[in-house]
Design a protein around this ligand. Sequence first.
Ligand code: MG
Length: 361
Amino acid sequence: MYTIDLPLREPYWLSGGRLKFENLDATFVEIETDAGITGWGEGTPWGHTYLPAHGPGVRAGIETLSNAILGLDPRKIEHIERAMDICLPGHLYAKAPVDLACWDILAQASGLSIADALGGRYEEGTQVASSISTGTPEQMLALVDRYREAGYQVHSTKVGGNIELDIERIRFMENARQPEELMLYDVNRAWTRREAVIVMNSVSDLGVTFEQPCETLDDLAAIRPITGSPISVDESLQTLTEMSRIARENLAEVVNIKLNRVGGLTKARRIRDMALAHGIQMYVMATGGSVLADSEAAQFAQTIPAEFRLGTWACQDMLTVDIAPGQGVRNDHGHLIASDSPGHGIIPDKNMLGDPVAVYE
Ligand code: MG
């Protein structure tokens, strides 16, 4: 297990201006096998105020569960999953890097990319999505312009906070949106029910989609019958049970599956299948992190038929360090195209990671 700081190019203000951070605390897991195959996984929370997840927690969780999985066959993914769930209920974000490293091993052992090992890789890449820090309308459009120059056509624009300003921001951004662009308005839980209803109904003529407008699924169920805009669920979707509720109670048209938040690929693919079965579109992303986390997300995204796949964030474009130069998915004219080489195809540079912070054997 390794840890490294991943500094952001510039400070980031999440919706409502309530969460500012400048650095990500990343954990990398390297799993060695008797067969000589090595798998890598990454666990990088998006700061420690975004979700109930933090860097030291990833490492403490792995410390606790390491004994339960040592000696198991990493290709038997669901046995590993069950061993982790029995040893340490919850704490999905700590299990994700282990699950991802096991998928890397399973896929390499099969001679398949992770996407093919998951059931089949669709050839066309996933659209790369920006993450636009909240600010004045002009500041936000300037950020979008910078991403446009790099080919981005999908933008997750952070609103939430002062609702008068939010309405102004949304109308301003929609006015500047180009026809081929997809603009998601991500509230990151910042509105109360009343605020969500006022803003969403004020701009319902625009037909825009709001991500996580309120804190909980109960909040979404409350505002749903009295608002007219499509909803995407992000932070409130952690488990298959929650996905089941979203589908059954018609709480959203879109879900955002973040691999670290839901506990890795094994759990993410069940959520994916439930969404597909109910006609719900998906964003697929890492919660944050390096090119390794982005590549894991891109591999998973490319198992989703194109008409259900809306985009994948590339957190790597916001960092000042690159732990695997020349490897993994990179923004290619607005797309992330996952490799079809075995596994996820990334071996981090150990000179950058330094010595392991812990070894379990
Ligand atoms: Mg979001």
